[in-house]
Ligand binder design. Structure first.
Ligand code: AMP
Length: 421
């Protein structure tokens, strides 16, 4: 199928050609005509599937010849969990819409609110926003939704994980009832379906397989190691295998910083990316990593979420995630067209339970490889595959605190009350 057959306008097709896309990805092929038809959509699609273009292209196309947004008003609102994702979506919109005369704005926390308020005076045909900052702007009367036509909720599962449910509910309450709704989520858990019921109306459901998150495209290895030897093992692997671009997941911000420092001392260029870094520092670290100026990016899960780095040759779980689903998201970052990616997970004796849960989730036993010279003193026992338990009662989630001043990411300079559960 070609982009031409999807019903997009010629000026959008021109931008797509300039971007170099030859044919639509499955989510674009299925989603674009439905969105152009004005229908609500509920799509199961991860980062890497081309989902951003699946919602931005038809919105741009529909707005091409419509009445421009008036002062402080917004016609399409795209809600996203992180600043990085918001910035990337905005970049994409600017490119895809470069031949159109539309006003696009992006707002997120962690940077000054005044310039955002000023820009919104002109109104925005499309506004990309993180929920907390959007509410701040609304409360300051900098943004109005009476003309809103389209709502996109991107990475809805992440929004819930990050504790944005209250903000989302508040936002829904202030939007006009009659609107088109597009909801994107990597997974459709019961929680997401419950949320979706309150947002989308008779939606067309679309589900696409992510390019990389299947275990088949990614060669996974568990490397047993003592905690005290993790730093040395990582530098050994980087040097030994001549890795030039490796994303390393750490459990804590402090751990990511410490690791980057250690690697730099060993003459391996590394940066850390997490919520305590300023927006500028995070953008710079990501750009340096993408350009190859920095070999290693040490990231926390939240900071890595949503950022557009997928086709990596390898990732390393320096610390295994506490939540098994995060493992699947992490390894989804690796694997390139036609080539398997590699996901290496350092595991200490304390990770037995984590491994068991991850294996149950992915339905396979991950191979183990001990690296010579790094044999652990505390041997990790083989972890057999346990069937996934029918259903565990969910613990209420705590708000995440991987952000400046203990605020969550995407939130910036607003004082928050502790949330009631
Ligand atoms: P996304 O899932 O929206 O984060 O997109 C993942 C990556 O795929 C981005 O780098 C896009 O620029 C790229 N992309 C999106 N659509 C296409 C397409 N039809 N052909 C080739 N690349 C694409």
């Amino acid at each position: 199928m070609s982009f031409e057959s999807l019903g997009l306008s010629p000026l959008i097709l021109q931008a797509i050609e300039e971007k170099g896309y030859k044919q639509p990805s499955p989510i674009q092929e299925q989603g674009i005509p439905v969105v152009l038809n004005g229908k609500d959509v509920m799509a199961a699609a991860q980062t890497g599937t081309g989902k951003t273009a699946a919602f931005t292209l038809p919105i741009l196309s529909m707005f091409e010849n419509s009445k421009p947004a008036t002062s402080n008003n917004v016609k399409a609102l795209i809600l996203t969990p992180t600043r990085e994702l918001a910035a990337q979506i905005n970049e994409n919109i600017s490119f895809y819409g470069k031949h159109l005369n539309l006003k696009t704005q992006v707002v997120f926390g962690g940077v000054g609110i005044n310039p955002q308020m000023q820009k919104l005076r002109r109104g925005a045909d499309i506004l990309v926003a993180t929920p907390g900052r959007l509410m701040d702007l609304y409360q300051q009367k900098a943004v109005k939704f009476s003309d809103l036509e389209i709502l996109v909720l991107d990475e809805a599962d992440r929004m819930l994980d990050m504790g944005f449910i209250h903000d989302i509910k508040k936002i829904m309450a202030i939007l006009p009832k009659k609107r088109q709704n597009l909801l994107f989520s990597a997974t459709f858990s019961d929680d997401i379906r419950k949320l979706a019921k309150t947002i989308v109306n008779n939606p067309v459901e679309i589900s696409v397989n992510p390019k990389n998150s299947t275990a088949k495209a990614v060669e996974q290895v568990i490397i047993p190691v003592d905690k005290t030897n993790k730093n040395a093992l990582l530098s050994h692997l980087i040097v030994e295998n001549n890795w030039h671009q490796v994303l390393v997941f750490c459990r804590t911000k402090y751990g990511a910083d410490r690791l980057a420092k250690h690697l730099n001392k060993k003459n391996i260029t590394a940066s850390a990316i997490h919520g305590n870094k300023s927006q500028g520092a995070r953008t710079r670290a990501l750009a340096d990593f993408k350009s190859g100026a920095v070999q290693v990016l040490a990231a926390t899960d939240i900071a890595a979420r949503g950022i557009d780095i997928n086709e990596l040759p390898q990732i390393v779980n320096f610390d295994l995630p506490n939540v098994a689903e995060d493992y699947v998201h992490r390894i989804g970052r690796t694997g390139r067209a036609g080539a398997a990616g590699h996901a290496y997970s350092f595991a200490t004796i304390e990770d037995k339970k984590n491994i068991s849960e991850i294996q149950s989730l992915i339905g396979e036993v991950i191979a183990t490889e001990v690296i010579k010279g790094f044999e652990p003193h505390d041997k990790l026992p083989a972890v057999a595959l346990k069937p996934l338990k029918a259903k565990r009662p969910k613990k209420p989630r705590k708000p995440r605190t991987d952000a400046p001043n203990g605020n969550r990411e995407g939130q910036g300079d607003r004082k928050r009350q502790p949330r009631r559960k």
